[in-house]
Design a protein around this ligand. Structure first.
Ligand SMILES: Cc1cc2nc3c(=O)[nH]c(=O)nc-3n(C[C@H](O)[C@H](O)[C@H](O)COP(=O)(O)OP(=O)(O)OC[C@H]3O[C@@H](n4cnc5c(N)ncnc54)[C@H](O)[C@@H]3O)c2cc1C
Length: 425
């Protein structure tokens, strides 16, 4: 038996607007679409589908937003990882198709926050920082590309000194300010989207781990106490997925951890982030940080540790935070937690089908806040019979990582080693 778990002890869980309970699935039911997993992918799709009048059931093993969606860095980052590969696969029109999709998730999030009145501390403002000269070249190219597309938000290249003035650290040699990106409270966004879907007629069942899918002309999704017969099924378990070994085997699980300081004084906030920007470095084994609404520093990084002991997470992350902000040496750490991200080897998000009417979407490589919202729309289009964007992703074949679903723990280590080496090159 699989035991459902509560939300991890994060800053987000402690500051959630409300955490409603949805009852477990009991008995046999039917639906147009059964979604497995109530993170951003599953709920984004469910809300798109409910808006279009489909009958939707969402089955969640634990709680709504229990996975990466309720515990991530909250950084709303533009772009889709692996987008060069996607645009190359499409020929001459590829670049403009990908450009439209790059910002789609942001647009969906902003519209939903507005339409459904979701209180999730959504802010605009994002800073990509450079550690090495080659990072600066990439940011300059990004700046030129954004300008070329008449990007409708403020963008600006910053020098080392301007970075120092903007975020109070000498750790970076330059950066790109982008007011089109931003940050938000991911758990509150996810809970708000769940509520909006339910208000439009969707049904959510928590504590309902799906044990198997019986593949028939109408698939039957089976939990311990019930089942749903549906026209379509969406697998949206991402790095927490435990049903189809084939899907587990096409991504590296990469661990990322976050700590939250106590609320910082006005003086410190003025010194380290007066413009309230989200900040991210370009490494694979990266560091990312921002302020929360109550002015804590939320500092995150990927690391090779597989566990949830808050003290161990603190010990791993504190030195990295203090290297960037020595002025926080005396700050109390109130929360530390972690989670798992799905990273495909070719970095391209994996949207496809394992059977005619059984779809999946996963593997956003740390861009999930944005791309899950795009993916939900693409899946809703597919259910409604439009496969244009679905096929773009489905036609890019993922690499399989042998043994990934068996040697999970070892694979996390191997994945981190692989990406750490790439950073050093
Ligand atoms: C620490 C951390 C920091 C991150 N920071 C950022 C960031 O700043 N910006 C960004 O864009 N992205 C970030 N990400 C990545 C982002 O959070 C994810 O890409 C995104 O949330 C994935 O959403 P999802 O819905 O696909 O998966 P998840 O949110 O992981 O949800 C999957 C859900 O499926 C459920 N499930 C799995 N199997 C079953 C089953 N058999 N039956 C029922 N339910 C099942 C799980 O319980 C889980 O709730 C971060 C991730 C982590 C872990």
């Amino acid at each position: 038996m699989i035991s459902p778990q509560p939300h991890i002890g994060s800053y987000y869980a402690a500051s959630a607007n409300e955490i409603p309970d949805y009852s477990p699935l009991r008995g046999a039911q039917s639906s147009d679409v059964c979604v497995i997993g109530a993170g951003f992918t599953g709920l984004s799709a469910a809300l798109h589908l409910a808006e279009r009048g489909f009958k939707v059931h969402v089955l969640e093993a634990n709680k709504v937003a229990w996975g990466a969606s309720g515990r991530n860095g909250g950084q709303m980052i533009g772009g889709i990882s692996g987008e060069n590969r996607i645009s190359k696969s499409l020929g001459p029109t590829g670049e403009s198709i990908v450009w439209d999709m790059r910002w789609k998730g942001h647009q969906i999030i902003r519209e939903r926050v507005e339409t459904y009145g979701i209180q999730c501390d959504l802010k605009s403002g994002y800073l990509d920082v450079a550690i090495k000269p080659r990072h600066l070249q990439t940011l300059e190219a990004e700046f030129t590309e954004l300008k070329g597309h008449h990007f409708p938000f403020e963008i600006k290249l910053l020098s080392k000194q301007e970075i120092r003035d903007t975020i109070g650290t000498n750790a970076y040699i330059g950066g790109l300010l982008n007011m089109g990106n931003g940050h938000l409270h991911p758990l509150n966004l996810c809970i708000g989207e769940a509520k909006a879907a339910v208000n439009l007629g969707a049904t959510i069942h928590e504590q309902s781990p799906v044990l198997r899918i019986e593949k028939q002309s109408k698939p039957v999704v089976v939990t311990e106490q019930g089942s749903i017969t549906a026209d379509f099924v969406l697998l949206a378990g991402n790095a927490y997925h435990f049903l189809e070994p084939k899907l587990r085997g096409i991504m590296f699980p990469v661990n990322s951890f976050i700590l939250a300081t106590e609320p910082l004084s006005e003086d410190i906030v003025c010194e380290i982030n007066p413009q309230d920007l989200a900040v991210c470095d370009p490494n694979y084994v990266l560091e990312y940080f921002r302020l929360s609404a109550d002015k804590r520093l939320l500092f995150g990084g990927r690391c090779n540790y597989f566990g949830r002991d808050p003290d161990v997470i603190k010990r791993h992350l504190m030195p990295r935070m203090l290297k960037i902000y020595p002025q926080l040496a005396g700050a109390r750490i109130d929360f530390s937690w972690g989670g798992t991200i799905g990273v495909p080897i070719n970095r391209v998000p994996q949207i496809g089908r394992i059977d005619n009417n059984i779809f999946y979407s996963q593997g956003y490589s740390g861009h999930g806040v944005n791309v899950t919202h795009l993916a939900g729309q693409i899946i809703a289009d597919a259910v409604a019979g439009t496969f244009d964007r679905f096929d773009i992703f489905a036609n890019i074949k993922p690499f399989t990582i042998p043994g990934q679903h068996i040697f999970r723990r070892q694979m996390v280590g191997l994945g981190m080693l692989y990406y750490a080496l790439k950073d050093k090159l």
